[in-house]
Design a protein around this ligand. Structure first.
Ligand SMILES: Cc1ncc(COP(=O)(O)O)c(C=O)c1O
Length: 415
């Protein structure tokens, strides 16, 4: 990792010192310690005019990350030499840091610009033939489904979409739904670790196990799970995984991670061509031409921030916040949840519907009357409002949101 500047060191120390408030507490107990989370919120420069409950899109970075980013930008602007010879090689320390967090070898991690790039490397890079079959779910991220549809149009494999239940009785219901779509022609399954629109956490390990036994590749979309949930590669038993780092890792915008199991690297084509001598090298996926090193290097400071807060503590706080706002709306007439209610199956993302009301109307109301940012989800399977707090969200913020919804309903909130 590059040497920290004095101002970044001092900001990081503030986060570490705040940890004394929750020392000795389990992550679940620490999740409810407001004085600690107030200090964590202070590590971000937040927009005071609007209440951001749409961290499902992307997240602001803590100040120490933005500060580091500015410094790297200044340094790389000095000369092309500084950029290529001094800064670019330092990305190897970032690769090592990401590999440690994911629990794999550094030679299995590529640094990309976002989850879209990581996942498209995989979805376009695996050889397929006309007649092969691909499986995804109706709730996978639209851009990833578009990638598979383009392969379908261009090369003739057939895409099958599986509808997954919104409130499964158990995760095995999902595994069974996917298993029942498998035929001898199935070559690839795309699965989201955490569904972008409902927040449902999927049984990835069981799907990977089931597919491995049949020689089917599984591409795991971990855009939301990485650094939101505390897990390692071995918990998923996956071979192919992609994520964004500007979501829950809080890196600057334009940072992503790609994991390819060592033995699989040679058989996945790079999206931008790389010389054949690089066939076995994970860096072949990074040959994208001139790009800024600043974004990549400040992933290092984001990793330090993540570590200072603590991966499990962060996960439990995010789950606690979702449970908090859902509890405030639970049992209210006309409100239903599109997120499973078992806390093991959700974390930062939750989704609710108001019976008979277009979610766009609800989010327009929240923004125009209360300056609250939420995301309307209009999907073929359901419609609802997605609420995504973050570790800088206070309980008073969630009360403000819940009060706004109660007031909407009291005033006859209609379509
Ligand atoms: C499940 C999922 N996959 C992929 C993406 C794409 O991420 P990015 O826009 O960072 O490439 C998103 C973005 O929200 C997502 O939610």
């Amino acid at each position: 990792m590059a040497l920290l500047s004095p101002s970044v060191s001092s900001l990081l120390n503030e986060v570490r010192t705040a940890g004394e408030i929750v020392e000795g507490l389990s992550p679940t107990a620490a999740a409810a310690k407001e004085p600690y989370w107030d200090r964590i919120a202070d590590a971000f420069s937040l927009d005071k005019r609007n209440l951001n409950l749409n961290s499902g899109w992307t997240s602001p970075s803590p100040r120490l990350v933005t500060e580091a980013y500015r410094r790297y930008r200044r340094l790389e602007d000095a000369t092309a030499y500084t950029m290529w010879q001094t800064l670019a090689p330092q990305a190897e320390t970032i690769r090592a840091g990401l590999a440690e967090l994911f629990g794999c070898d550094a030679g299995e991690i590529a640094i990309t610009r976002n989850a879209s790039e990581s996942l498209q490397i995989l979805l376009f890079g695996i050889d397929l033939r006309p007649g092969d079959e691909l499986i995804a779910t109706t709730q996978d991220y639209p851009r990833m489904l578009t990638a598979l549809r383009q392969r379908e149009l261009r090369e003739g494999p057939k895409l099958k979409l599986v509808k997954i239940p919104l409130g499964p009785r158990s995760p095995s219901e999902i595994v069974e739904a996917i298993e029942s779509a498998i035929t001898p022609k199935t070559r690839l399954i795309l699965i989201s670790h955490e569904i972008y629109c409902t927040g449902q956490i999927m049984p990835v390990r069981e799907i990977c196990r089931m597919a491995r036994g049949r020689g089917i590749e599984v591409v795991v979309d971990g855009a939301h799970s990485f650094a939101q949930l505390d897990f390692k590669r071995d918990d998923l038993e996956c071979d192919l995984f992609g994520s964004s780092l500007h979501k829950w890792m809080y890196a600057p915008k334009g940072a992503g991670l790609l994991y390819v199991k060592k033995e699989k690297i040679p058989s996945v084509w790079a999206l931008m061509a790389s010389e054949d001598k690089n066939r076995h090298d994970i860096r072949k996926f990074e040959e994208i031409g001139t790009h800024s090193s600043a974004t990549r290097l400040s992933i290092g400071e984001a990793l330090l921030f993540h570590e200072a807060v603590g991966a499990k503590r962060k996960e439990e706080r995010l789950r606690f916040l979702t449970t908090y706002w859902m509890d405030r709306l639970r049992g209210v007439d006309r409100i239903t949840f599109n997120t499973p209610q078992d806390p093991k199956l959700y974390c930062a993302i939750g989704n609710f519907s108001i019976e008979g009301v277009d979610p766009v109307k609800v989010t327009d109301y929240l923004m125009s009357r209360h300056r609250i940012i939420a995301a309307p989800i209009v999907h073929g399977d359901f419609s609802g409002v997605r609420i995504t707090p973050n570790i800088f969200t206070r309980l008073s913020d969630l009360d403000r949101f819940a009060d706004a919804i109660h007031s909407y309903l009291r005033n006859g909130g209609g379509p």
